[in-house]
Design a protein around this ligand. Structure first.
Ligand SMILES: Nc1nc2c(ncn2[C@@H]2O[C@H](COP(=O)(O)OP(=O)(O)OP(=O)(O)O)[C@@H](O)[C@H]2O)c(=O)[nH]1
Length: 184
């Protein structure tokens, strides 16, 4: 089985949304590849400088809100804007997670709103329950991490191709120059 390089993932979200419970597994077999993830569980209370530092550090990002806390949902879009600013001109791979899906009776954010926000941010969306003892919400936490790893890998593969293409272009240009010189 192939061994892939480490993927650095950072989990962001308001205090209490369930980020610690989300940092769940550090090695996984994803699509027949062993992926080791370094997962940073940021503190909900960190200041701007710390947030920016963690955003620069990460390869991929999980933005978490609590479906029973509308305020935590409203903090997602500003987090995403900061992420875009820090990573510009690149777009950082991310997934959106609505946690505490087991607390349906206390829901404040409808699933459709989460889906809409994810569509606006062009990322995958999961509603899940990070509670270890909760069974039945489709194992969303692990799947969210796996999908993020896949997205990081897809981007790396694309960047590799672009780099290879551009270095081939340079070689071709150099050969053309030499040939022009020789023939003139
Ligand atoms: N019902 C329910 N409770 C959860 C879930 N995930 C986390 N919790 C609870 O929510 C509380 C806060 O969870 P944490 O993981 O500490 O939250 P956090 O986002 O790491 O908070 P900070 O470290 O303060 O930023 C804890 O009591 C958890 O047990 C969930 O999916 N369902």
């Amino acid at each position: 089985m192939a061994k892939s390089p480490e993927v650095k993932l950072a989990v962001f979200g308001r205090a209490g949304v369930g980020k610690s419970e989300s940092t769940y597994r550090h090695q996984a077999n994803i699509d027949d590849e062993m992926v080791s993830m370094e997962i940073l569980d940021t503190a909900g209370q960190e200041d701007l400088l710390q947030k920016e530092g963690h955003m620069r550090w990460g390869d991929g990002f999980i933005l978490v809100y609590d479906i029973t806390d509308r305020g935590s949902f409203e903090e997602v879009a500003p987090l995403r804007s900061l992420l875009e600013e820090v990573k510009r001109p690149k777009h950082a791979p991310l997934v959106l997670v609505g946690n505490k899906a087991d607390l349906e009776h206390a829901r404040q954010v409808p699933t459709e709103e989460g889906e809409r926000l994810a569509a606006d941010m062009a990322c995958a969306f999961y509603e899940c329950s990070a509670c270890a003892d909760h069974v039945g919400t489709g194992g969303g936490v692990a799947e969210a991490f796996y999908e993020l790893c896949r997205e990081v890998r897809r981007r790396r593969a694309m960047q590799g191709k672009t780099r290879r293409r551009s270095s081939t272009t340079h070689v071709k240009q150099a050969i053309n120059k030499m040939l022009t010189k020789i023939s003139s």
